[in-house]
Design a protein around this ligand. Structure first.
Ligand code: DQQ
Length: 587
């Protein structure tokens, strides 16, 4: 079909992409959080454009939203706080907005819980976490800004406690006057933020705070016996040169046996640790898996984890400043993340909002021990409505099949592909490793090849949010490369380049390699499509890519969904289940 044979079009695309290939990190598309532009700081609801608003993702009624804060379970409700600008669609005037939920999908909005009001948080209430103290007593520790200078602000750590423990909504929070409880003791008073949930061992509470020194990322550790008096540990829990500021660190245990989550203070022999940092420079969330020496309070990543920009990411797309928490009811660890915008600041102002949160994901250790697995919480399935199914459908080279009968602009699609041979996989070009840096590699290859350049085994996958003549579409797909006759590399790609005719948007070719055993000759993909977000899980959550897209034609009922194969090897849709998703009650 025309779409695939359009060599000229592919060439044009490649020429357009070349300047971007070494600029993978999306800085132009991702808004720096500390710049305030006064003209974006007023908003009224009338201005809010509904067209790109999500139907089942978390967002407030209007305005700017960024990091999830202090997620926790308390007396029958999941609590989510988040960084929120009550006055506009750009970062600024940050308060802790607050919503509660019975199922992590439908959310009830409450009054903001923590707002700047005291000398210790006068210029901002920035990110932080909750710890549940013995006796089921939640306490929040958050970053307060005490001075606008030095930029982005002088940072301290404060605590807040519920005014009424018998209120399951935890509507009111008290910020006691003995705040701040942790002050920076080093020169970097403007890089000292985002305290984690604390964990308890050897008679002390411990937490970490994100920081940097020159270009070295640092997770400072603090210890306390009473949660009020904190002492800086001799050594940081972890530190790494040449990575830049570590924002929103997270540190938690995972079990090497099964998928249940662990309380943050859990200790034991079948436990590994995850350290995550949100890297301010690249704007991705990176993690390593490693060993935590409790006696020395030191974390050391295993040599199977790359510790740096080329390391594993929770999500290879629009995803930042995430946080996990342990759900004591369903015994799982849940990851909440912010999907930043691909639209421009002036478009955000025009639409009256910016930022969403992704679907909360259960997170656990893969049996290989090398990476985490992530999967949307199963409560999401309650929104599934009308269903269509395909099974055992062959896709020859150039075939596309339209999936009809559901609202594809708000859908959940789960598909498994099989193939009978790896022989036709295209050769992996060793020169790529020389011309692209390791952290850019997957995305750069996806940028060159996309979904349109014909391959051997793949590209195959979904064309989501497609307009009727494919002027716009967001392809999510696999391409398999041959390194040697029995060694292959699976590229997973969510390419925003063709997603919109609007040239102003941020449209990267987000991608990752996925470690898969291809013996079964099978690959699976699930995409959650929701108007301006496509959140995709490869191989049961081994790699995840969320992409914020703003089509101009593929909107509402004009959006289409296709399954495609553009490789010479025949690929079979072993099974495809797709559902219309009902609209959740979100705020
Ligand atoms: N967002 C907060 C900071 C954090 C940053 C400010 C990460 O605490 O470092 O809104 O997005």
């Amino acid at each position: 079909m025309g779409f695939f044979n359009s060599f000229v079009w592919g060439l044009a695309l490649l020429i357009c992409l070349l300047p971007m290939l070494n600029n993978f990190n999306g800085r132009e598309g991702v808004v720096a959080f500390h710049k305030i532009n006064l003209k974006y700081q007023t908003n009224n609801l009338v201005q809010v454009k509904q067209i790109y608003r999500t139907g089942y993702h978390f967002q407030p009624k209007k305005n700017w939203i960024n990091d999830p804060n202090a997620p926790m379970y308390y007396k029958g409700f999941y609590h989510l706080f988040y960084q929120y600008n009550p006055k506009g669609a750009e970062w600024g005037n940050i308060v802790w907005a607050h919503s509660v939920s019975k199922d992590l999908i439908n959310w009830i909005p409450l009054e903001p819980a923590i707002v700047p009001s005291k000398p210790f948080d006068k210029y901002g209430c920035w990110s932080g976490s909750a710890t549940i103290l013995p006796g089921n007593k939640p306490v929040i520790i958050y970053t307060g800004i005490v001075n606008k200078k030095p930029k982005p602000g002088h940072q301290v750590q404060n605590y807040a406690i519920p005014a009424n423990y018998s209120d399951p909504y935890l509507r009111k929070w008290i910020k006691p006057d003995n705040n701040p409880i942790i002050k920076p003791t080093h020169e970097n008073v403007s890089s000292f933020r985002d305290p984690t949930t604390a964990w308890f061992n050897n008679g002390q509470w411990k937490l970490i705070i994100g920081s940097k020194n020159n270009n070295r990322g640092i997770a400072y550790m603090y210890k306390s016996r009473d949660f009020i008096n904190w002492t800086k540990a001799k050594h940081p829990l972890h530190t790494k040169p040449n990575v830049g500021m570590w924002e929103c660190p997270d540190f938690f245990p995972v079990s090497s046996q099964g998928s249940n989550g662990l309380d943050t203070s859990a200790l034991g022999k079948d436990i590994r640790y995850v350290f995550k940092a949100s890297l301010d420079i690249t704007r991705f969330d990176y993690y390593t898996i490693g060993n935590y020496n409790v006696a020395k309070d030191k974390y050391v990543p295993y040599n199977t984890s790359v510790d740096g920009w080329a390391g594993l990411r929770y999500d290879y797309g629009n995803f930042y400043a995430s946080k996990t928490f342990f759900d004591p009811i369903k015994k799982r660890r849940i990851l909440m993340g912010w999907a930043n915008e691909s639209s421009t600041k002036s478009e955000d102002k025009a639409k009256g909002w910016a930022g969403i949160h992704l679907i909360p994901r259960k997170i656990w250790l893969d049996s290989s021990g090398h990476n985490l697995l992530q999967w949307p919480v199963n409560e999401l399935d309650s929104l599934r409505g009308q269903k269509v199914e395909l099974s055992n459908v062959k896709l020859n080279k150039g075939d596309t099949i339209e999936v009809k009968g559901i609202t594809v602009v708000q859908a959940d699609v789960d598909v498994t592909f099989t193939f009978s041979s790896l022989d036709k996989a295209e050769l992996y070009d060793p020169k790529w490793a020389k011309i692209f840096s390791p952290e850019n590699l997957a995305q750069s290859i996806c940028g060159i090849k996309g979904a349109t350049v014909q391959g051997g085994l793949g590209p195959f996958g979904l064309l989501t949010l497609a307009s009727s003549k494919l002027e716009e579409y967001t392809p999510v797909f696999f391409r398999i490369f041959k390194i040697t006759n029995n060694k292959h590399k699976v590229l997973f790609c969510s390419d925003a380049t063709p997603s919109s005719l609007n040239q102003n948007e941020y449209k990267p070719s987000f991608a990752s390699f996925v470690e898969v055993d291809l013996a079964e000759k099978k690959l699976s993909l699930r995409s959650l499509i929701d108007h301006s977000v496509v959140e995709s899980f490869a191989e049961g959550g081994k790699a995840v890519i969320s992409s914020r897209v703003y089509p101009t034609l593929a909107i509402a009922q004009n959006a289409h969904l296709h399954v495609f194969n553009n490789g010479s090897e025949v690929v079979t849709i072993e099974r495809l289940n797709a559902w219309s998703m009902k609209t959740a009650h979100v705020n």
